[in-house]
Write a protein that binds this ligand. Structure first.
Ligand SMILES: NC(=O)c1ccc[n+]([C@@H]2O[C@H](COP(=O)([O-])OP(=O)(O)OC[C@H]3O[C@@H](n4cnc5c(N)ncnc54)[C@H](O)[C@@H]3O)[C@@H](O)[C@H]2O)c1
Length: 427
C-alpha cells in the first residue's frame, strides 16, 4: 500500500490494526529522554520502575535540568547516562530503542519525527504539536516507519475514566446529545515579570528553536510556556486536549465537521498572551461538544472546576479528575452513582499504566492505547479552535483529508514559518 493510501486508511479507522513490519525488540530498551523538566522526569522515573529500560542518554537545553536529571538517574541506577544539549546529536550517537519527548510544545514535532526516523519508538507528550500540519507530519512519519507512538493522554488508562466509558456505552445515560468539557482555575490579573538575561546554563536561542525568538522571561521557562502562543496553545492546548480526547474516546465519530471559538484576554495582565477566557463549539453529526475555560475565577457555584459533562436522556454524567465520576439520574427518585478516582503519586495521573501499555504495544507490534492517531485528532480539535479564535470565523473541517474547507486564510494557519535553520516538517 502506498504511504499516503496507508495514512488515509489509518485515518479512516484502521488505526487498531497491527503494525506491518515491526522488528521484535527485547528489554532492556535503550531509552533517551528529550526534555528533562518536570514531566519528562516523571515519565522517566516511571519507565525505570518498570525495570524494562536502560537510560542511554538525556537531552536538555538547560544545563541545570540536565545535570539534576543525570545526578538523579545515577543515584537510581548506579550509571551516569550521557548528556546532550542537541537532540540530533543524542539520536545520532545513542540510536535509542525508545525516545521520550517532553519538551515544550513547539519542539514536539521536530524531536518526535527525528526520533522516529532514527528508528525509535516514541512516548510523545500532549499536545502532539503546535500547528496542525506538524501533527500530520508526525502521524505520517510514525506510519511510514512503523514505530509505536504513544501520546501522554493518560486518561485513557485511568481506572475511573475507563469505567465511566463502560457506563456511558452501556446506555445508562441514555441518548447523549451534548458534551461540555471545561477547566476553570482561580487567580486574578497577576503582574508582569520583567524580561531578564537567561540564567547561566540555559541555551535560550535553542530553547526558542523553530519558534519566534523573544527575550528570556522567567515566566516562560520552566513550565510557563503554556500561556504563550509562540510556544504553546494556552489552556485549550494544555488541558483541553485531555478532555476533548475523552470526547473522541467516547464517540464513534472521528472528528467534528464544524468548529467555532470565541474568547479573549479579559482579566489577565501578567505578560502572557494566551486567552484567559475561551469557549469553543465542536459540531459532530450526532452531538455537539463545547469547551470552556477561565483562568481567573475559582468557581464554587458549580460542583467542580474540571472535566466533562455528558448530557443524556437518562441523566448527566460528570467525568472528573480527582473527584472520579458521578452520574446524576434525571429521575429525582433514582440514586446517584459515584466512582472514586484511582490515581498514582506524585501527580495524581496514571502514567504507569500508559508506560506499560507502550511496552506492550512495542512487544506485540500493535497500536498503543493512546496511539498517535488519537493524539493527532484530539490536538486537531484544540488547534482548529485556536484558528477560529484568531479568524473570528466558524471553520468547516474535513478530518478525513485534514483540510479546512472554503477559507484560505484559516487554512494557511495550519502551519507557520519556522525560524532558520529549522525546516517545517512535510507530510
Ligand atoms: N500528560 C500530562 O498530563 C502532562 C503533564 C505535564 C506536562 N505535560 C507535557 O510535557 C511537556 C513538558 O512540560 P513540563 O511541564 O515538563 O515543562 P518544563 O519546562 O518543566 O520541561 C520542559 C523541558 O524541555 C527542555 N527543552 C526545551 N527545548 C528543548 C530541546 N530542544 N531539547 C531538549 N530539551 C528542551 C526545557 O529546557 C525544559 O527542561 C509539555 O508538552 C506538556 O504539555 C503533559
Amino acid at each position: 500500500m502506498q504511504r499516503r493510501a496507508f495514512i488515509r486508511a489509518a485515518a479512516a479507522g484502521l488505526a487498531g490494526a497491527p503494525l506491518l513490519r515491526l522488528p521484535s525488540r527485547r528489554a532492556p530498551f535503550r531509552t533517551v529522554l528529550i526534555g528533562t523538566g518536570w514531566w519528562g522526569m516523571n515519565i522517566l522515573r516511571t519507565a525505570l520502575a518498570s525495570r524494562l529500560v536502560r537510560v542511554a542518554g538525556l537531552c536538555d537545553v538547560d544545563r541545570r535540568h540536565l545535570d539534576a536529571a543525570q545526578t538523579e538517574i545515577d543515584a537510581l541506577t548506579g550509571t551516569r547516562p550521557a548528556v546532550y544539549e542537541d537532540y540530533r546529536e543524542l539520536l545520532e550517537s545513542e540510536r535509542p530503542d525508545i525516545a521520550i519527548v517532553a519538551t515544550p510544545d513547539h519542539w514536539h514535532a521536530l524531536c518526535a519525527i527525528a526520533a522516529i526516523r532514527r528508528g525509535a519508538h516514541v512516548y510523545l507528550e500532549k499536545p502532539i504539536c503546535h500547528t496542525l500540519d506538524e501533527g500530520k507530519a508526525i502521524l505520517a512519519a510514525a506510519r511510514d516507519q512503523d514505530r509505536v507512538v504513544q501520546v501522554g493522554t493518560h486518561r485513557r488508562v485511568s481506572p475511573h475514566n475507563m469505567s465511566a466509558m463502560r457506563f456511558l456505552r452501556s446506555g445508562s445515560v441514555g441518548d447523549i446529545g451534548m458534551v461540555r468539557a471545561f477547566v476553570h482555575y482561580g487567580g486574578g490579573p497577576g503582574s508582569v515579570t520583567p524580561d531578564s538575561q537567561p540564567p547561566e546554563g540555559l541555551n535560550w536561542d535553542l530553547w526558542c528553536g523553530p519558534a519566534p525568538y523573544r527575550p528570556f522571561n522567567a515566566r516562560i521557562h520552566p513550565r510557563g510556556f503554556r500561556q504563550y502562543l509562540d510556544y504553546a496553545n494556552g489552556q485549550l492546548g494544555d488541558w483541553g486536549i485531555h478532555w476533548l480526547d475523552q470526547v473522541l474516546w467516547w464517540t464513534e465519530e472521528r472528528f467534528p465537521h464544524t468548529v467555532y471559538s470565541t474568547g479573549g484576554r479579559h482579566v489577565k495582565a501578567d505578560g502572557t498572551d494566551a486567552p484567559d477566557t475561551q469557549v469553543a463549539t465542536f459540531s459532530f453529526a450526532s452531538f455537539t461538544a463545547t469547551w470552556e475555560h477561565r483562568l481567573y475565577a475559582a468557581n464554587r457555584a458549580e460542583r467542580t472546576n474540571i472535566g466533562c459533562y455528558f448530557y443524556g436522556t437518562r441523566g448527566t454524567l460528570h467525568l472528573g479528575w480527582r473527584d472520579g465520576w458521578t452520574f446524576y439520574p434525571s429521575r429525582q427518585a433514582d440514586p446517584e452513582v459515584h466512582e472514586a478516582a484511582e490515581l498514582d503519586a506524585p501527580d495524581d495521573q496514571n502514567i504507569r499504566a500508559l508506560w506499560d501499555d507502550f511496552i506492550r504495544a512495542i512487544n506485540t507490534g500493535s497500536r498503543p492505547v493512546c496511539d498517535i492517531d488519537h493524539g493527532y485528532r484530539a490536538t486537531a480539535m484544540c488547534l482548529l479552535a485556536m484558528i477560529s479564535l484568531r479568524t473570528g470565523r466558524s471553520l468547516s473541517w474535513d478530518g478525513e483529508q485534514g483540510r479546512i474547507l472554503g477559507d484560505v486564510e484559516a487554512a494557511t494557519m495550519m502551519r507557520r514559518p519556522y525560524r532558520e535553520p529549522w525546516v517545517y516538517p512535510e507530510v
